[in-house]
Ligand binder design. Structure first.
Ligand code: UDP
Length: 138
């Protein structure tokens, strides 16, 4: 799945009505949407998705936040998808995110930071498979 990344529009951005704005920024930046759905994570889904952060002090709040409302999960395709998408979304903390990035425009805080983007090709494949069956990725 090289050239693939996985994203979630997080509950804060969905609640604020930014699904359309964010998908437009994503497609304007040259990404093709290969799969997309609105869904809500159960506690065990969020815990599994963020298992790598299980020992971090923010883990419990992160799980609570990510399960607090609907998200939009999507699989995106572009050359150099993982790195280019992380550039498009900006730093984890929106206060440090470059101007014009999705987090600079739509995120509230380091935890409620509007979007997720995979950090490696390997994780992109794992995360896409976590949310979508192969036949749901076009
Ligand atoms: N996070 C948080 N507090 C922190 C660091 C991270 O709540 O101090 C949350 C935030 O929602 C972030 C997610 O945990 O997006 C995953 O953290 P990571 O360091 O992997 O950042 P990302 O790859 O999302 O930029």
């Amino acid at each position: 799945m090289a050239n693939i990344t996985f994203t979630m529009i997080k509950p804060d951005a969905v609640a604020k009505g930014h699904i359309g704005d964010i998908l437009k920024d994503i497609t304007d930046a040259g990404f093709k949407i290969k799969a997309a759905k609105m869904t809500q994570l159960a506690k065990q889904d969020a815990e599994a998705f963020y298992a790598i952060h299980a020992e971090r002090p923010f883990f419990k709040d992160l799980v609570e936040f990510m399960t607090s409302g609907p998200i939009v999960a999507a699989v995106l395709e572009k050359d150099n998808a993982v790195a280019d998408f992380r550039t498009l979304i900006g730093a984890t903390n929106p206060a440090e995110a470059a101007e014009g990035t999705i987090r600079a425009k739509y995120a509230e805080s380091i935890d409620a930071n509007a979007v997720h983007g995979s950090d490696s090709d390997e994780n992109a494949a794992i995360e896409a498979a976590f949310h979508f069956a192969a036949k749901e990725i076009f």
